[in-house]
Design a protein around this ligand. Structure first.
Ligand SMILES: Cc1cc2nc3c(=O)[nH]c(=O)nc-3n(C[C@H](O)[C@H](O)[C@H](O)COP(=O)(O)O)c2cc1C
Length: 329
């Protein structure tokens, strides 16, 4: 079901071309200073408009419907709504019987027996991440002084990616990328093994973000080629600081106080303007489509702030869980 978290609990709702999308957030502590303006910086980092992103222009001004009073959280559920204003569904009417390769059109159609809203990808649109980012703004406050920061490492296999991106977009194609997320000043002791290990929860929420294809913590897949003598992070301070950080900030699913570090691989955007083969849902016959409409040439461009939000949400939930379970000294 579409909700996540044990105490800091979020539900994402809406469809790309419906009236609105948003987030319902429960379990937020009361008395947290919060104004509508606090959301602006992160929301603008997720917006489209830059080179390589969709031409869709949404205001993304949060309408806070509940849970805030006198510029503070009240402890009641917080409902934040983002109206969908810049909607053009015409290109989706043309391809409604011909699912886009690489997108969720076919699986959603099969699972929901054709009742899914196919316009703009419906509930499977990257637009749903606007609610995640809004919840992340609140989570980032809860986890202070811990600070989450994500950045693009490469796009299309290159650190200097602008030219490759422009070439791909001009040719009606798309590119994938790698984004790294780091959290500084993580408290020691977050994570409730076995199943609510810190990495497990991050993996759960990160993999729910549309377009994610890979995730590694610390040395990740490279650790399989290292010897123990090379890999082990030697302790150098009683507070838990280690000389290296190959595990990426967790041992046994519990944060060890070193930087939390993980990277994600993001696939090239499914909706490309080149001719592609698919099957017509009504006739069952093969068909060639060319996708029109407004799409990101590279999703990774908009991903850093989404990953930051997802990570902050996990850490906020784990902090509140640790408090509730009375593990604090
Ligand atoms: C911020 C963001 C923007 C996205 N923009 C697009 C887009 O313009 N076109 C597209 O085909 N997919 C886009 N996606 C990816 C699709 O939503 C995703 O590929 C689709 O829902 C299928 O899910 P999956 O890739 O996880 O299997 C975007 C994802 C995110 C997070």
């Amino acid at each position: 079901v579409n909700s996540w978290g044990r105490i800091f609990r979020i539900s994402l709702w809406g469809e790309s071309h419906g009236p609105a999308v948003g987030v319902l957030l429960d379990g937020c502590p009361a008395g947290l200073p919060l104004t509508a303006d606090a959301f602006a910086a992160d929301l603008s980092r997720r917006k489209s408009g830059l080179s390589g992103t969709s031409a869709r222009q949404e205001g993304d001004r949060p309408l806070i419907k509940s849970g805030m009073f006198n510029d503070q959280t009240t402890g009641a559920p917080i409902l934040i709504e983002f109206p969908n204003a810049d909607v053009d569904s015409a290109p989706y009417e043309k391809i409604k019987d011909t699912p886009r390769p690489g997108h969720a059109d076919w699986t959603a159609h099969e699972k929901f027996h054709g009742h899914n809203d196919y316009r703009g990808g419906g509930h499977f649109s990257g637009r749903l991440t606007v609610g995640l980012v809004a919840a992340g703004v609140i989570a980032k406050k809860i986890i202070q002084p811990a600070r989450v920061q994500a950045q693009i490492l490469e796009i299309g296999g290159q650190g200097e990616y602008q030219a490759a991106l422009e070439r791909a977009a001009a040719g009606g194609d798309s590119l994938g990328g790698i984004v790294e997320c780091r959290v500084a000043q993580v408290p020691v002791g977050l994570g409730e093994p076995f199943f609510d290990a810190a990495e497990s929860l991050i993996a759960h929420i990160v993999w729910a973000i549309p377009g994610i294809m890979g995730l590694e913590f610390g040395a990740g897949f490279a650790s399989a080629r290292m010897a123990g003598s090379e890999f082990n992070d030697e302790l150098v301070e009683a507070a838990g600081k280690t000389a290296t950080n190959h595990t990426g900030g967790c041992n046994g699913g519990i944060t060890n106080g070193n930087e939390l570090v993980f990277r994600v691989a993001i696939k090239p955007t499914a909706s490309i303007a080149r001719p592609q083969k698919t099957i017509n849902l009504r006739t069952g016959a093969p068909e060639q489509i060319r996708i029109e409409g407004r799409h990101d040439a590279c999703i990774a461009l908009r991903m850093p702030v989404v990953l930051e939000a997802a990570t902050a949400i996990v850490l906020a939930d784990l902090l509140l869980l640790r408090r509730a379970m009375n593990h604090e000294q």
